[in-house]
Design a binder for this molecule. Sequence first.
Ligand SMILES: N[C@@H](CCC(=O)N[C@@H](CS)C(=O)NCC(=O)O)C(=O)O
Length: 206
Amino acid sequence: MKLFYAPGACSIGIHVLLEEIGRPYETERVDFMAGAQLKPLFADLNPKRKVPVLVRDDGSTLTEFPAIAYYLARTSPAAGLLPDDVEAAARAFELMEYAVSTVHMQGFQRIFRPRNFTPHEVDYDAVKARGREIFFGGLSLIDERLGDTPYAVGDTPSIADAALFYVSFWGRDRLHEALPPRVDALYTRMKARPAVQRVMQREGFA
Ligand SMILES: N[C@@H](CCC(=O)N[C@@H](CS)C(=O)NCC(=O)O)C(=O)O
């Protein structure tokens, strides 16, 4: 398997899952600064021009964070990344999906790529401000949903924790804002994990 990633992008959550699973995998860095995601070599691999992309052992590609996370969890069940319990699994999907589709795609995307939301540069600041509202409002909502378990839906990390990890990383370490208390505690717990520390080091954040 090979993960195509950009340092500090949402692909870092998939990188964490691969490291937690512990099976051999390769990585290839996509240099956003050089616009590598737009160049033919990568665009041929993923016409959506986005990371994460997982190339599997049979050569087929899988895109979209939730799909890749689900695939990895189901193909490495011993890692326990998707709870057996239906209710806990459904809650894991609920949290992961909200982190990806709302906090990331509606919130952070407005801050990071305002031009995707307006053709007028003069509107960029307003778009970014709305992005911050959605992003941090979303994290507060997640905070209310987190229970008293050490990880998002239980005693061990799941696919939800991988998604919450990357949006927390953006809030705390890229936007430099305080996180709501439960989200912050979860982020601290994730960052202490050896698998996460290896990924942070490899992507250049430690
Ligand atoms: N819905 C996609 C979102 C992927 C996405 O937006 N990836 C960003 C990085 S976090 C990207 O590759 N952006 C390319 C760009 O901004 O040019 C998923 O869940 O994987």
